[in-house]
Design a protein around this ligand. Sequence first.
Ligand code: AMP
Ligand code: GLY
Length: 423
Amino acid sequence: MNILILGSGGREHALAWKIKQSKKLGKLYIAPGNAGTGILGENVDIAPTDFSEIGDFCISHNINMLVVGPEEPLVRGISNFFSSEDRLKHIPVIGPSKEGAMLEGSKDFAKTFMKEFSIPTAAYKTFTSVNIEEGYAFLEELRAPYVIKADGLAAGKGVLILNNLEEAKHMLRETLGGKFGEAGNKVVIEEYLHGIELSTFVLTDGISYKLLPEAKDYKRIGEGDTGPNTGGMGAVSPVPFADKTFLDKVCKRIIEPTLKGLKQRDITYKGFIFIGLMNVNGDPYVIEYNVRMGDPETEVIIPRLDTDLLDLFEGVAHQTLAEKSFTISPETAVTVVCVSGGYPDGYTKGFPISGLDKISDSIVFHAGTKHKDNATIAAGGRVLAITSLGHNITDALRKSYQSISSIKYEGMYMRRDIGQDLL
Ligand code: AMP
Ligand code: GLY
């Protein structure tokens, strides 16, 4: 099979790394990819949202399957684009339809969906500028901290957690006033859930599903979970407190009703579901759905899959996933993300990275890198994700930090405390 992967981060490098190991692979292309994916396959200079260019490329290069990494093309309807064009409809897309992608594309849609199918989540109400006064009144009914969410995609910045009522009212006004552009035309205000966060991941063909390894990521830039949010500074899988009892509750109370709801609403969903959860005294609540894999979670989940990923994807495409064998390695995987100095605010890029050839105990997934003048250069906020497998978290962390000690580029920063809270 010839495969085209859309995206350019650590997630896509991890997917490419796994697909490269498949016996079923013919040629592998990544659009636009990074320096790491360029070693595994051929990078193609097409934006993941340029549907007609992607379609042309798939025809001219005889692509047999499209694997979509990021959410934006899905929310904009790339699956529908492929299924509606005669020349493209034979090419399966790993990623949900536009309607399914609303689970991530609209917080209000996701909350309404969960309410309809009795999926546990924080109590909420949705407001627009027309009923902002009711929004203020709802905030007054709640207790701090206040959670305000822009309805649409806001590049991971649309969730505000505020400790003070006046500040919350101010931010409600700002969000409805266009702080996040159109994404904030509607705002979800919800009850704050107290607990420990983790994420579970599902691959589904719309009929059955495989529960992928769970993971915990580290969102804040600073050690001890301080400072601004980032795309993710590291991840660990498995998560020790996600025992069988807890995961059984996730399957029964969340995943199965979610799939049933999608079916009931006649929504085509063939792809990943990433469920952000809060463990509240042993009970799972949904914080958010994403309609793709997480980054950097993919960098710890994929290395634990002892199964041919393309075989699973074929199962997704042909709705035969239930027949596919599926094994997960009992090993622990950790990843530590190395970022550019200044990230997540302004940062400079273009610095050469040295030492990548010295790594033997870890897998180096590239996140924001480019190949230039025979060198690998840092080309993004998140630059590398250094993944290691081990008997336990300590063992895997030791390998990742040891590997990182060989890598250098100007301004390099990473958190030293990934996984420490789980020990
Ligand atoms: P989201 O983009 O919806 O995942 O929200 C970003 C982060 O905000 C989450 O990872 C949580 O840490 C936090 N968060 C969102 N909703 C809630 C909630 N209802 N209660 C507590 N924390 C929340
Ligand atoms: N690491 C969080 C995300 O991919 O959204």
